[in-house]
Design a protein around this ligand. Structure first.
Ligand code: NIG
Ligand code: FE
Length: 422
């Protein structure tokens, strides 16, 4: 098997299926989602961390140079590293006590209303020094990598003060340079109204717009801005103000929309032309049509539906049939979706949302990469792209969605370097 030292060239051979996702240079829609560009008995040649050629085993073997490192995939499946386009990976504590309460019948909304929920994680996160918090979150980076994810979008949102939001975003940027996982940072100061502002919510919205956004932009700490738009959280008017201000600072826009109720989030996303609208469990046909018209990518998060014990999954089939460039993500967070596992999300997408395994794979690779403005570099195995790829211990890619509760990756490569093996 391969060695862990860096090599200038790398030849990956003997892949039962090299799942390339090769195709048009844009997110995939409709029937395109089922076309994974699989090369049977394929291989790939990598130079200086970039993919140089993709082809049959014979073609790739003919390129091998004297010092090329040869990686024998032993008849297994090779995929691009998963791109997880919605996570909240920097938080203090856990919410295991609330998990137990929910197991006895309490609801997520009830727990939040009595000061638990996001606010309890905010308290735990504020209480941790930057070093300690960064150290804690290294572990989650490792979890993502081991489950085959090589890039994550990472939101702040458990600080909710200028100082603590900056602390979280600095940690995200630091983890991006100190771990092999790629991070795309998103500012989510509008995740909740913190308890000290409960009776003066306008002041908190002003704090976000007048102090937090300029500071985040000044330090270049985030590429995107997100708002949790929901009844009893941020109204559509507040979300409009915050996202419009973020746009003026050059940030891309994302929004938590229609998660717990039909609250106008998808319509607002369409009106603003956000890059993504995320969750969408309650979005209706008019909302789906509006997203299509505006070219907004839906990011669907079945892990949170599952972990909250709900059965209201987003209408993925209707969205695909309407021509939306669907993305799937984990929503990794301590409250509603404590999983970093894209394979688990793929299982849920097929069993509860009737997405085929192929549609699921497109949604967690190429479409997710485009939703993060990384479509030209990541999300498929094509010449010129970064060699982030994973050998999965199976001979048919559909096994990744089918066998659930186990981790399939045996070898994870980032930029052509082996960073995790099992
Ligand atoms: O995406 N919806 C808002 N934010 C998270 C939940 C965060 C939490 O409960 O801590 C979500 O589900
Ligand atoms: Fe979320």
């Amino acid at each position: 098997m391969s060695s862990e030292k860096e090599s200038k060239t790398l030849a990956v051979v003997n892949c039962a299926q090299l799942v390339t996702l090769a195709g048009p240079e844009r997110p995939r829609v409709g029937p395109e989602l089922r076309d994974l560009g699989i090369v049977a008995n394929g291989g790939m040649f990598v130079r200086e961390g970039l993919i140089e050629s993709v082809g049959s085993r014979d073609e790739i073997e003919s390129l091998i140079e004297s010092d090329t490192e040869v990686v024998d995939a032993l008849g297994r499946v090779v995929l691009p590293g998963f791109v997880d386009a919605h996570t909240h990976p920097v938080f203090g504590g856990t919410r295991v006590d609330e998990f137990e309460e929910r197991s006895k019948g309490a609801t997520y909304e009830e727990i939040a209303a009595r000061g638990g929920g996001i606010q309890s994680t905010v308290n735990a996160t504020r209480a941790m020094y930057e070093e300690m918090l960064a150290y804690k979150c290294w572990k989650y980076a490792d979890w993502f990598l081991r489950s085959g994810t090589t890039t994550i979008e990472a939101k702040s949102g458990y600080g909710l003060s200028l100082e603590d939001e900056l602390k979280i975003l600095r940690i995200i940027n630091r983890l991006g340079s100190e771990t092999p996982l790629r991070y795309v940072p998103t500012f989510l100061g509008a995740h909740s109204i913190p308890s000290e502002y409960r009776s003066r919510r306008d002041e908190y919205v002003s704090l976000i717009i007048e102090e937090m956004l300029p500071a985040v932009a000044q330090e270049k700490l985030a590429e995107f801005c997100d708002v949790f738009c929901e009844q009893n959280v941020f109204t559509t008017d507040e979300a409009w103000k915050i996202l419009s201000a973020a746009r003026c600072h050059g940030m891309g826009l994302r929004i938590h929309a229609d998660q717990l109720s039909l609250s106008g989030g998808a319509q607002l996303a369409a009106e603003l032309g956000t890059v993504t609208a995320d969750h969408l469990e309650h979005t209706d046909a008019a909302g789906i049509a509006a997203l299509k018209e505006a070219g907004v990518q839906p990011v669907l998060l079945p892990g949170s539906v599952y972990a909250l014990g709900s059965s209201r999954y987003p209408a993925a089939r209707e969205m695909i049939d309407a021509g939306l460039a669907v993305v799937l993500a984990t929503d990794f967070n301590p409250g509603s979706s404590p999983t970093p596992s894209i394979p688990m999300i793929l299982s849920l997408a097929s069993t509860h949302m009737k997405m085929t395994p192929a549609e699921g794979i497109s949604a967690v690779t190429i479409n997710a990469a485009y939703s993060l403005n990384r479509g030209a570099q990541l999300g498929s195995l094509e010449p010129g792209k970064i060699a982030d790829f994973v050998i999965h211990d199976c001979s048919d890619y559909r096994e990744i969605s089918y066998f659930f509760g186990i981790e399939h990756p045996s070898h994870v490569y980032v930029h052509g370097t082996l960073i995790s093996r099992r």
